[in-house]
Design a protein around this ligand. Structure first.
Ligand code: NDP
Length: 332
């Protein structure tokens, strides 16, 4: 069985030499564990943070140990009550072909209800992040004008569509290519979108939302956050979800220069961590399953085939090669 190890801590952009795909033996599961053949695993921006040896909300990956992350697979051997060979489970031991998972860390998922990879995205962690960050953290309400950055990504694409479904007055997105901009308008039903590489974000946002915005959902940070602070209306709210523009920076990133506006406009900027919001899971699954069934909500995946392409998928995600959720599928 093959698995990806972190072998050196990246400085700046990750390099291929920082990772190694290693062969390891597969053994029978210990008592209380299940052996899972992974079918799909997730690559996510937060993993870049876990590659640094710094204290954060998730512990750093250990060197010369398999990396971790969301995965779905099929049980091939079980030494745990309530789990049978053939069951499909969601767990956190991704980046490997076979995973020995303690039963308490495996959640059964139903392949008949949704394609298994959906439990990593639209019905999983990134979908819940969008749902919690928009409806709880940003206190979204009908009639709000919403701007989301990283809009063609896994979280951002769901944020914009959920806002539309719940009666936003205007949904605006930014993304890194003209094709993504077209996709946001034509596939996801955004009212306006722009390519942040085509000009200053503040100017493009001002044009897309001349009357201002009530809610900003930040996946990017930096110039995007500064522009949003300028465009937010009095009492506007921002959810700070991610700052991917700076994850590979080697120097401290300067903050927005317009912070005094937060006072004058009485803005609220609040961070979100999806791990605080698992209590929303039943309502989230019910809402999203309903919207998917009715066709109101669309989701997209960029699938990279083969465990040997795990590193490429991860770096591709940081570079914006994905539209929707980036997933690595293992065809075995
Ligand atoms: P995405 O699917 O959005 O993939 C990342 C995207 O970021 C890329 O596709 C790329 O798209 C964009 N990007 C990369 N570099 C830049 C840059 N310099 N400026 C602007 N955009 C950039 O990933 P996720 O949906 O999984 O995650 C989105 C954000 O949410 C991340 O910041 C992540 O860390 C955060 N997150 C936070 C969680 C929480 O609990 N707080 C949970 C899950 C995610 P493009 O082509 O548009 O540049």
């Amino acid at each position: 069985s093959r698995e990806w190890h972190l072998v050196a801590r990246p400085h700046g952009w990750p390099k291929e030499e920082d990772f190694a795909l290693r062969e390891v033996p597969v053994s029978e599961p210990a008592q209380g564990h299940v052996l899972v053949r992974n079918l799909h695993f997730s690559v996510d921006p937060y993993m870049r943070g876990r590659m640094n040896d710094v204290k954060s909300y998730t512990p750093p990956f250990q060197l010369d140990r398999p990396m971790e992350g969301g995965a779905v697979g099929e049980i091939v051997a079980s030494a745990a009550e309530g789990f049978a060979v053939g069951d499909h489970v969601l767990h956190n031991l991704g980046w490997r072909e076979y995973a020995e998972v303690p039963a308490g860390q495996a959640v059964k998922v139903d392949a008949a209800l949704a394609p298994l990879s959906a439990y990593l995205g639209v019905l999983g962690m990134t979908g819940l992040t969008a749902y919690a960050g928009l409806f709880e953290t940003a206190s979204f309400k009908e009639g709000d004008a919403v701007f989301v950055s990283g809009a063609a990504g896994a979280v951002g694409g769901q944020v914009g569509q959920m806002a539309r479904i719940k009666g936003a007055s205007r949904v605006i997105g930014s993304a890194g290519s003209d094709d993504k901009v077209k996709f946001l308008i034509e596939e996801y039903g955004f009212d306006a979108a722009f390519n942040y590489r085509n000009g200053p974000v503040a100017e493009q946002l001002q044009q897309a939302a001349p009357d201002g915005i009530d809610v900003y959902f930040d996946n990017v940070g930096g110039e995007h956050l500064e522009a949003a602070i300028s465009s937010l209306k009095p009492h506007g709210r921002a959810t700070l979800c991610g700052m991917i523009a700076q994850y590979n920076n080697t120097e401290p990133t300067p903050g927005p220069t317009n912070l005094p506006m937060i006072i004058g406009k009485r803005l609220r900027l609040e961070g979100v961590l999806v791990t605080d919001h698992y209590g929303l899971q039943p309502r989230f699954v019910q809402d999203v399953a309903g919207w998917l069934a009715s066709g109101e909500l669309k989701h997209h995946e960029t699938v990279v085939e083969g465990i040997e392409n795990g590193y490429k998928a991860f770096v591709g995600l940081l570079r914006g090669e994905n539209t929707g959720k980036m997933v690595v599928s293992l065809s075995h």
